[in-house]
Design a protein around this ligand. Structure first.
Ligand code: IPE
Ligand code: IPE
Ligand code: MG
Length: 242
C-alpha cells in the first residue's frame, strides 16, 4: 500500500501502563490488561482507517515471565480469550494477524490458538497486525544469527535482517511508547534504528484515536535524514531507506 501523505506505513507500539491504569482505580492489574485489549482493538481500526499498512505491538516481553505467576497466567488467558472473540472480526476487517516471538516456550493450547489466528487471517491485506508475544529484541538478533550460522551463511546486515522474526515487515517508521517511560525495554532493537520515537504520558488503556492522530501529526513534522544533511533532503525529497 502506498504511504498516504504524512501517514507512517508502519507504526510500532509499546503498549505500556495497563497495571497503573488498574491501580489508579483500585482494580487488580489484570483488569488493566483487559482494558488494554479494548485499546488495541480501537487502535487496529484506527490504523486501518488512516491507511497504515503495518501495526506492530509489544504484548508480552521475554522479561515479562519475571512477573508474578498469576499475572503471567492471566495474560495468557486474556490472549486466548481475545483471539477466540476477535479473530473472525479481524478477518472481516481485512486484518492479517502475525505473532512474532519465541513460540516454543508457550503452552500447546496457546500455540494452537496463535497458529489458527494466523491461518484464518492469512489472506487478509488491509492491515498487518504483528503481535510481539514472548518477544525480545536480543532474542531476535541472537536467533537470526544462530540460523545464519547453522545455514553456513555470512553474517551481513542484509542477511541478518532477512532472518529476523519481523522480516516480513518493513522497519517501523514511527515507534510509540505509552505510559510515560522513555525506554525500549528490549523492543525492536534492530528495526528501530531509524524509527521516529514518540513517547506519550497516557496509560495504554487511555490511548485513543485523538492520541494516535497527535502522534501521527508529530511524525509528519519530523525530518527523517537517514544520516544525510537537511540541505540534501531539501534538494531531493525522495529519501532512500538506509
Ligand atoms: C504493559 O502494561 C503490558 C505488559 C507488559 C504485558 P504494564 O503491565 O507494564 O503496566 P504498568 O507499566 O505496570 O503500568
Ligand atoms: C514493555 O513494558 C513490555 C510490554 C509492553 C509488553 P514493561 O512494563 O515490561 O517494561 P519495563 O519493565 O517497565 O521496562
Ligand atoms: Mg510497564
Amino acid at each position: 500500500m502506498d504511504e498516504q501523505a504524512g501517514v507512517p506505513r508502519h507504526i510500532a507500539i509499546v503498549m505500556d501502563g495497563n497495571g497503573r491504569w488498574a491501580s489508579k482505580r483500585f482494580l487488580p492489574r489484570i483488569a488493566g490488561h483487559r482494558q488494554g485489549v479494548e485499546a488495541l482493538k480501537r487502535m487496529v481500526s484506527a490504523c486501518g482507517a488512516r491507511g497504515v499498512a503495518v501495526l506492530t505491538v509489544f504484548a508480552f516481553s521475554s522479561e515479562n515471565w519475571n512477573r508474578p505467576a498469576d499475572e503471567v497466567s492471566g495474560l495468557m488467558g486474556i490472549l486466548a480469550s481475545a483471539l477466540g472473540k476477535e479473530v473472525v472480526k479481524m478477518k472481516q476487517e481485512g486484518v492479517r494477524i502475525r505473532f512474532v516471538g519465541a513460540r516454543e516456550a508457550l503452552a500447546p493450547q496457546i500455540k494452537t490458538a496463535l497458529d489458527q489466528a494466523e491461518a484464518t487471517t492469512a489472506q487478509c491485506n488491509t492491515l498487518t497486525l504483528n503481535v510481539c508475544f514472548n518477544y525480545g529484541g536480543r532474542w531476535d538478533i541472537a536467533q537470526a544469527a544462530a540460523r545464519l550460522s547453522a545455514e553456513g551463511l555470512a553474517i551481513t546486515e542484509t542477511a541478518l535482517t532477512g532472518h529476523l522474526a519481523l522480516a516480513h515487515s518493513p522497519d517501523p517508521d514511527l515507534l510509540i511508547r505509552t505510559g510515560g517511560e522513555f525506554r525500549l525495554s528490549n523492543f525492536l532493537l534492530w528495526q528501530a534504528a531509524y524509527s521516529e520515537l514518540y513517547f506519550s504520558p497516557l496509560l495504554w488503556p487511555d490511548f485513543d484515536e485523538a492520541a494516535l492522530d497527535a502522534a501521527i501529526q508529530e511524525y509528519a513534522s519530523r525530518e527523517r535524514r537517514f544520516g544525510r544533511t537537511s540541505d540534501q533532503i531539501a534538494r531531493d525529497a525522495s529519501v532512500p531507506n538506509p
